[in-house]
Write a protein that binds this ligand. Structure first.
Ligand code: GLP
Length: 244
C-alpha cells in the first residue's frame, strides 16, 4: 500500500519473525551508538519476538544494557508485580530477567501504588530526569489505543490513570482467568509522554489489527483513534506484517 498523507516510515515485513528482527535491529543500533540509551518498552504479544531477539543478541555478547535505562508504557491498577498478569511480570519474563539492565534503571509504573496520581506525575518527572526516551516501542490496540490511551483521550496528557474500554478488557482477557479478573483501570504514559520520545517504533502484526492498520495508514488525525497522534511526530517507523 502506498504511503498517503503521513510522514511515517512504513516497512512491510514478510513474517512476524522478520518484523521482530527489523524492530530489534533499530534497538541494537541505538544501543551500539549510545550505551546510556533510554528505551520506552511495551507489553503485549506483538513485541515478544523483538524482546527474544534482544535477549539473543545479549547472550551472544553483541550488546550490553548495563548502562541503559527503560520506562514501560503502562500497568494495570490494583495488581502487584508478582501477579502473573501484571506488565511487571511480563517484562521480567520476556526481557529483564535475561539481560544485564540494572534493576534501578528499569521502570514500570507502579499500578499497586497507594497514591496513583503522584505515581503518574513522578513517572513523567523520572523520564525527564533520565534525559527523555530515545526510542519508544509501541504496539497498537484493535481500537487504535497506544499504551492504554483509549479513544477520546486528549493528546496533551502526560502519564495518567485511565478507565479501560470493554473491548480492551476483552482483548486482554487471555492473560487472566476470567473477564471479571481483568482490571477496570490502568496507569499509562499519556500521548504527550509518548510524543516526547525522540523516536517511535510501532509494530503491527496480524489480521486482528487490519482495521487499526488501515485507519492509521489513512493519515486522518483524530482523538477517536489515539495512534493517529503519531502523524504529528517527526520520527515514527511502522513495521507491519499480516495486514494488507
Ligand atoms: C495492551 C497494551 C498495549 C498493547 C496492546 C496490544 O492493551 N496496553 O500497549 O499495544 O495491548 O497488544 P497485543 O500486542 O497483544 O495485540
Amino acid at each position: 500500500m502506498a504511503s498517503v498523507n503521513t510522514n511515517m516510515k512504513w516497512i512491510e515485513a514478510a513474517s512476524y519473525e522478520e518484523m521482530s528482527k527489523m524492530g530489534a535491529a533499530i534497538f541494537k543500533e541505538q544501543l551500539k551508538q549510545v550505551k546510556t540509551s533510554v528505551f520506552g518498552m511495551a507489553t503485549g504479544s506483538t513485541p515478544e519476538g523483538l524482546y527474544k531477539e534482544l535477549v539473543k543478541a545479549y547472550e551472544a555478547g553483541e550488546l550490553s544494557f548495563a548502562e541503559a535505562k527503560s520506562f514501560n508504557l503502562d500497568e494495570y491498577i490494583g495488581i502487584t508485580p508478582e501477579n502473573k498478569a501484571s506488565y511487571h511480570y511480563f517484562m521480567d519474563e520476556n526481557l529483564f530477567a535475561h539481560i544485564d539492565m540494572k534493576r534501578e534503571n528499569i521502570h514500570v509504573p507502579a499500578g499497586s501504588s497507594e497514591d496513583i496520581e503522584k505515581t503518574a506525575t513522578d513517572y513523567d518527572a523520572a523520564i525527564a530526569t533520565a534525559g527523555g526516551i530515545d526510542i519508544q516501542l509501541l504496539g497498537i490496540g484493535v481500537n487504535g489505543h497506544i499504551g492504554f490511551n483509549e479513544p477520546g483521550t486528549a493528546f496533551e496528557l502526560g502519564t495518567n490513570v485511565v478507565e479501560l474500554t470493554q473491548s480492551t478488557r476483552e482483548a486482554n482477557q487471555i492473560y487472566f482467568d476470567s473477564i471479571d479478573d481483568v482490571p477496570t483501570h490502568a496507569i499509562t504514559m499519556g500521548i504527550q509522554t509518548i510524543m516526547n520520545a525522540k523516536k517511535v517504533v510501532l509494530l503491527i502484526s496480524g489480521a486482528s489489527k487490519q482495521e487499526a492498520y488501515e485507519r492509521l495508514h489513512s493519515g486522518e488525525i483524530t482523538t477517536d483513534f489515539p495512534a493517529s497522534a503519531l502523524h504529528n511526530h517527526k520520527d515514527v517507523t511502522v513495521i507491519y506484517t499480516g495486514v494488507k
